[in-house]
Design a protein around this ligand. Structure first.
Ligand SMILES: Nc1ncnc2c1ncn2[C@@H]1O[C@H](COP(=O)(O)OP(=O)(O)OP(=O)(O)O)[C@@H](O)[C@H]1O
Length: 251
């Protein structure tokens, strides 16, 4: 596998408490990787390392290597705004800005200095189509994004991220606050997006991981226990802990 993003020996401590104990994970382009494991095992912490969201948490120490496009994500010269454009994040609770759909999707582009109306219109349509929400909002682009359903808001947030053409999409339990139909729509959207992006998703939903992820990483107590093709891990896990977790013995 050729890795777009490669991490080695990642340790993270919140104050004196170490939450990640040396994680090595490679992520391929054009694929979905799921991070699974019981509550508190460090999935979200690890995910947030990938676009330096943990930098915002005081007293956090991070060591290890994070190579992305042959660049060290934690190099002092890294431009964080640019990094978070290249490695965007979708959260558990949909968090559109309290503006129109159009303003949400053009937000990052305008920040980057794009003002040409035709260009912005094209990008809005492209991003909303990629996020599979265009048909539902195309006649209401000036409506407040927060007036849509939770599932629609989540897809608007995905479109907002896609507008700035990221390389990697991080998702932290993006469907756990949604109803089953909205969750299924997001899963279908992600399956289509993986043809163009590297997608990394934290999920508690093992069925979801088995449905959409090419590879799955199982974490436990801040350690990476097993990482493999999802089809293999879910049928023939190597480690006993993985087998026990997948069989519902804990977690
Ligand atoms: N901001 C923080 N400050 C201190 N400790 C934290 C912080 N965030 C997480 N932790 C601790 O780090 C460990 C890993 O938490 P994390 O949220 O990454 O796990 P998780 O696997 O994503 O859990 P969940 O599935 O419940 O979201 C836990 O012990 C948690 O209490």
């Amino acid at each position: 596998m050729t890795a777009l993003l490669s991490t080695k020996d990642v340790h993270l401590a919140y104050g004196k408490k170490e939450a990640l104990h040396g994680i090595d994970l490679d992520f391929a382009d054009h694929s979905i990787t799921a991070l699974i494991g019981p509550s508190g095992c460090g999935k979200s912490t690890f995910l947030r390392c990938l676009n330096r969201m943990n930098d915002l948490i005081p007293h956090t120490t991070i060591t290890g290597s994070f190579q992305f496009h042959e660049q060290d994500i934690y190099a002092p010269t890294t431009n964080l705004v640019e990094l978070r454009k290249q490695i965007g994040m979708v959260f558990q609770q949909p968090n559109p800005f309290p503006f129109s759909v159009y303003e949400n999707v053009t937000y990052g582009l305008k920040l980057a200095g794009h003002n040409d109306r035709k260009f912005l219109d094209e990008q809005v349509e492209r991003a909303l189509k990629q996020a599979a929400i265009w048909d539902e909002v195309k006649d209401n682009l000036n409506k407040n994004a927060m007036s849509f359903s939770g599932g629609q808001q989540q897809r608007i947030c995905i479109a907002r991220l896609l507008a700035v053409q990221p390389d990697i999409i991080l998702l932290d339990e993006p469907t756990s606050a949604l109803d089953p139909i909205s969750s299924a729509q997001i899963e279908t959207t992600l399956m289509a997006l993986k043809n163009e992006y590297c997608i990394i998703i934290v999920t508690h939903n093992l069925q979801q991981a088995s449905r959409i992820a090419d590879r799955t990483a199982f974490m436990l107590n801040g350690n990476l226990i097993e990482y493999d093709l999802t089809s293999k891990m879910f049928t023939k896990p190597v480690m006993q802990d993985t087998s026990d977790y997948l069989n519902g013995k804990f977690g």
